[in-house]
Design a protein around this ligand. Sequence first.
Ligand code: UDP
Length: 483
Amino acid sequence: MSNQRSSLSPHVLIFPLPLQGPVNSMLKLAELLCLQNIQITFLNTENIQERLQNCTNNQNYFKKYKNFRFETVPDGLEEGNPRTGDQIPNMLESIEVKVVPILREMLGTCGAYEPDSESPLTCIIADGIFTFAVDIAKEIGVPLLYFDTISPCGLWTYLCLPKLIELGELPFKDDNLDEFISYAPGMEGIIRRRDLPSFFRTKDINDRILQLVLKEDKHIPLAHGLIFNTFQQLESPILSQMLNICPNIYAIGPLHTHLKTKLAAETTSSSSIWKEDKSCMSWLDSQPTKSVIYVSIGSLAVMTKEQFFEIWYGLVNSGSKFLWVRRPGSVSGLDLEFEFEFDKIPLELAQGTKERGKIVSWAPQEEVLAHSAVGCFLTHSGWNSTLESLVEGKPMICWPYFVDQQVNSRYVGEVWKIGLDMKDTCDREIIEKMIRDVMELKKDEFLKRAEEMAKLAKESVSEGGSSFVDLDRLVQDIKLMKL
Ligand code: UDP
């Protein structure tokens, strides 16, 4: 290492999985590192970048940091190809086959491989599912940190997968999903078959997604360290287990709160790839405290038409006020323009919705959850959504869809006891009962737990808190990484 090189600022390439959730968390991490004078190249796919730019509320974001720049690569998918949840395996394959060669070339021309270039990369932070990143980091000769943006408890079930197969737990021998699994260190007596990621339910061990998970399992220990959007007090038994896989773990979440704390009075930027409908904020302003149930299934989950109507009836029959995000494409076989025409839907739904409901296609979710009128979140249990709700002390009703969500919802219901787990059912009566439980009958109990948890989350990112200390360690470690 030359003297000249050691005076250069550290330069990190961040490469998220091109989906809303991972992009959100990685951008928060990027901002936190920028604030510590670390140079960031944030690699987006062209599709994500275009969508970010189209959301005009992101303009501030692009101008905010001098030591921040975006680079783009194609995602390798055809123009009209949807970037939906069911396309994730295709997307990963096309990134690996078509995008990685472009990335290699790009890194070559931007000087990453050349020790004398002006600003060589000194570290790569990639999504944990990007197994190819291990080879790329090796070629450039820089450390690789994996940032798995799903929950550690979810990732831990991935890491248990080889053993579960070896023990014959998978594929499940029968249809009894209530059976507890025999191998889950740190999760004993918590996880049943039904609480494992939904794609573990396959009868075929060669299933494409399982194979991707097994590949990820092999690569994760090869990274220099693992970054998680969590905090010690939330998942300490799991984080202890993870240390056996990778001894260098940084638990620095909840990232959005961590960033807010560091920015103090400055407002944080939206990283939304849908246009937010802010009209729901003035609607919330006119509602009584903790009277509204907020409903959203995130950016990828899809429900059937039947499930859509069960949820709608459940909401209306509960008598609660509700704010519902109906993302275009989130109901299979239904053009979501349709339900705004109230004359085409059952009268009781139309009336109940007019009286007590507000529907938007995309909401400023962090703001919504922070609003005092919101009393509960009916969520698909995506990890960002879970943390956003937890930090605001809002109890949840969980209706998980895939990936880590089945595990998250179990933790919300059974371990943290800040909500109810509604997985594997979608029935108007159950929905109505759960809403009444959380909003009325057991309201105090849930609120007390949720508020305690929110306090712990906030303490973790305050000076001296566990996430604060881990971020500091991450920053120092990155600053010591020189070629
Ligand atoms: N989100 C939002 N507005 C909405 C719905 C979701 O801003 O109307 C954001 C939410 O705040 C979260 C992200 O989209 O940060 C969704 O990520 P999550 O991990 O919860 O679920 P995913 O979309 O990946 O399934």
